[in-house]
Design a binder for this molecule. Structure first.
Ligand SMILES: [Fe+2]
Length: 143
């Protein structure tokens, strides 16, 4: 319910929110507007809604990038964002089914796609996505 709560805010407004926080706005984040809303939604949940559950806060914060050593809640929110029933891309059904049987393998495919897509666009890659990719190994034989 909260992971995209700030997604409709303008990017400049979200950057201002990030700048006022203690989250470092490095060159990677600055050049990754698709990530802004996960940070600002995290800040909204923490500072406005006073949510103190770190698992919930981290699930919101890392739902776009992933990270290493994610909790099961974080993995579910990260994966659900890509395989939800409203997704209609070619592999959506296969990934949706895989997510129920091998969430790490599913996340490996998702992060592989994200990283490949960013490379093809000559875009920056958040280090958390690389860490996530390296941290979720597919089951033997998964492609
Ligand atoms: Fe999102």
């Amino acid at each position: 319910m909260l992971h995209d709560i700030t997604k409709e805010e303008s990017l400049s407004s979200q950057l201002q929110t990030i700048a006022k926080s203690d989250i470092m706005n490095d060159t990677v984040l600055d050049k990754s507007p698709n990530i802004y809303h996960s940070i600002t939604a995290y800040l909204y949940a923490k500072d406005i809604l006073n949510i103190e559950n770190n698992d919930v806060l981290n699930a919101i914060r890392y739902h776009t990038t992933g990270r290493k050593n994610m909790s099961m809640l974080e993995k579910i929110i990260f994966t659900a964002d890509t395989v939800s029933y409203d997704r209609t891309y070619n592999d959506a059904k296969r990934l949706r089914e895989l997510s129920f049987n091998d969430i790490d393998g599913c996340m490996h495919i998702i992060t592989r796609f994200i990283i490949s897509d960013l490379i093809n666009k000559a875009a920056v890659i958040d280090i958390n996505t690389i860490d996530c990719y390296n941290n979720v190994l597919p089951l033997k034989g998964l492609k």
